[in-house]
Structure formats: structure tokens, C-alpha cells
Design a protein around this ligand. Structure first.
Ligand SMILES: Nc1ncnc2c1ncn2[C@@H]1O[C@H](COP(=O)(O)OP(=O)(O)OP(=O)(O)O)[C@@H](O)[C@H]1O
Length: 291
């Protein structure tokens, strides 16, 4: 469980903005912070990691207190068990992938974890190459592995996939989910990509001007209930799930999510990431791939 409460006066181009957050994240949950640019999402991650001090607050992870401004407790970033992945890959360019991972080992830590992560994140073929020779997606896989070397309790992901194309994003999303489950992490993602948020998170917190204004499951937050009877929209498939004899296709249309019931014949050539048209036909939405 992450128990977090904090205040921090932030200085924005429009003047002061109070970041005022209280959040409890159960152990093993995957949450997303979602909101406009400048709402304070990155600041929350930096405060958790110990890279930014709040004006006052408390952070406890399970029973470990990382910060308690009243009791003057403030653990250094090195003592907090967090893994942090940013949009920038921030790898050492002149060290091999393996050396980049080994560099993250703590003193006296066995390097067995390096082989395990290379296996789990499938970096075997890349381990002796330098990051500069790798694609963005491959570099981000290395950055993800490096964030896990010290077996953190908490994984912080600050728009880690936003520089990647859709194919790479989907691949990396799968690795992120895999490590989240395998290492029983509590994960906090910052993302603007609703498809990604839907796929990865258990719960979404919507931030506006430093405060949480709404929270719920991704479907609760993003599903539109205001669809008119006659419509025609284009969107992107974010998931396809089988429900007994039919399929539920989740389509992202602008900032809204629409769930369409489809027959087997409608989804045969459909995959996640496809652009589709959703249109009403006698009150039932139909879905068609755009080629
Ligand atoms: N150390 C600091 N002290 C005071 N203000 C800060 C500090 N760091 C950031 N800010 C300001 O706080 C505001 C929120 O920044 P933050 O990066 O947390 O937003 P964000 O929601 O992550 O935005 P984005 O989606 O663009 O990354 C910005 O206006 C920023 O200039």
C-alpha cells in the first residue's frame, strides 16, 4: 500500500498552484495519473521518488515511512525502493546494455537479477550492444529493465511510451504488464494515451490544477454515455475481448471510449491498433475496418 498525502506550492506560468494530493494505492495495483499538461502529475512522481520535496506531507510504503515532514523524516532517493522510467531513455550511451543494467546494482547485490531481467524482458540478443545502436522501443525496454534491477516496490512510469510508434507501444505495454505482475509491483503511470490507460490500469485519477477531481476504473472515467442514436465516427481499436459467443471491441474515439458488440465475422481481420469506423445501424453500432 502506498499512502501519500502532500502539499506543495508549484510556480506555473499563470502564477502559484497548490498541489494538494491524498492518495492510497493498494499493493499490487496499477494506477494512472491523467490530466492536462501542467496539472502536477510529474511533480507527484518526483516527490514519491525523493527528487522533489513537498512543503509538507507523508509517504508510507507498506509500513516503511519514506517521508514525514512533521517528524522530519525524509529518505534520500537511493533509500526509496522505486524504479523510475521517463520518456527519455537516459541510458549510458557508451556502455553495453548489460553494463547499463549492472551499473544499477546496489553494493553487495548479487547480479543474478540481471540475467533474470534480460530473460524476462527478452534482451538476450541486445545485451552486448550499446544503446545508441538500438531503436527507441529497444532502449525503453532496457530502461524498464534497469528500473527493476534493485527490485523496487513501486514502479513510476512518466509517459514512457509517448515517443514510440503504435506497434512499439503495444509491445512495451505487454512488457510493462508482465513485470508489474511478475514482480508484484505497485505501479503509477502518467499517460495521455487513453488506449494505454485502458489497457494497463486498474484505476485512473484525473488531475486538474494540482487536485484529484475524479477517480474510477478506466471504463468509468472514459466511457461516453452520451452517444446519440445516429452516429458515424472513426477511432482506434484498443482491445478485443471474447464474451461467450460475441466479442466486445473497445474503440477510442477522440477522448471517449465506446464498446461495440461484434460477431466473429466482424472481427476476423481486426487487431488492436486498427483504425475503424463505428456507425449506427438500426440502433446497433457496427464496426468496420478502415484500410
Ligand atoms: N520544483 C518546482 N517548484 C515549483 N514549481 C514547479 C516545480 N517543478 C515544476 N513546477 C511547476 O509545476 C507545474 C506542474 O508541473 P508538472 O510537470 O508536475 O505537470 P504535469 O502534469 O506532469 O505536466 P506534463 O503533462 O506537461 O508533464 C508546472 O507549471 C511547473 O512549471
Amino acid at each position: 500500500m502506498i499512502a501519500l498525502s502532500l502539499h506543495k506550492m508549484l510556480h506555473t506560468a499563470q502564477g502559484n498552484m497548490l498541489l494538494d494530493i491524498a492518495l492510497n494505492v493498494p499493493h499490487g495495483e496499477f494506477i494512472t495519473l491523467y490530466g492536462e499538461s501542467g496539472a502536477g502529475k510529474t511533480s507527484i512522481l518526483r516527490i514519491l521518488a525523493g527528487l522533489l520535496d513537498p512543503d509538507d506531507g507523508k509517504i508510507a510504503i507498506n509500513n516503511d515511512v519514506w517521508l514525514d515532514t512533521e517528524k522530519k523524516i525524509n529518505l534520500s532517493p537511493q533509500k526509496r525502493k522505486v524504479g523510475y522510467v521517463f520518456q527519455e531513455y537516459a541510458l549510458f550511451p557508451n556502455m553495453t546494455v548489460r553494463k547499463n543494467l549492472e551499473y544499477a546494482l546496489e553494493k553487495n547485490q548479487k547480479n543474478q537479477i540481471i540475467d533474470e531481467l534480460i530473460d524476462v524482458i527478452e534482451l538476450g540478443d541486445l545485451q552486448h550492444r550499446n544503446p545508441s545502436t538500438l531503436s527507441g522501443g529497444q532502449q525503453q525496454r532496457v530502461a524498464l529493465a534497469r528500473a527493476l534491477v534493485q527490485t523496487p516496490d513501486v514502479l513510476l512510469l512518466d509517459e514512457p511510451l509517448s515517443a514510440l510508434d503504435i506497434k512499439m507501444r503495444l509491445k512495451l505495454q505487454a512488457y510493462i504488464l508482465k513485470v508489474h505482475k511478475k514482480y508484484n509491483l505497485t505501479t503509477i503511470l502518467v499517460s495521455h494515451d487513453i488506449g494505454e490507460v485502458l489497457k494497463l490500469s486498474d484505476k485512473v485519477y484525473v488531475l486538474e490544477e494540482g487536485k484529484i477531481i475524479r477517480s474510477g476504473t478506466p471504463s468509468e472515467i472514459f466511457t461516453s454515455h452520451q452517444m446519440s442514436a445516429k452516429f458515424r465516427f472513426t477511432g482506434e481499436v484498443v482491445s478485443i475481448q471474447q464474451e461467450e459467443v460475441v466479442y466486445i471491441v473497445t474503440v477510442l474515439i477522440g477522448n471517449n471510449v465506446v464498446k461495440v458488440i461484434a460477431q466473429n465475422s466482424e472481427i476476423t481481420d481486426l487487431t488492436v491498433g486498427d483504425k475503424v469506423m463505428v456507425a449506427s445501424k438500426a440502433f446497433n453500432p457496427v464496426i468496420q475496418k478502415i484500410t
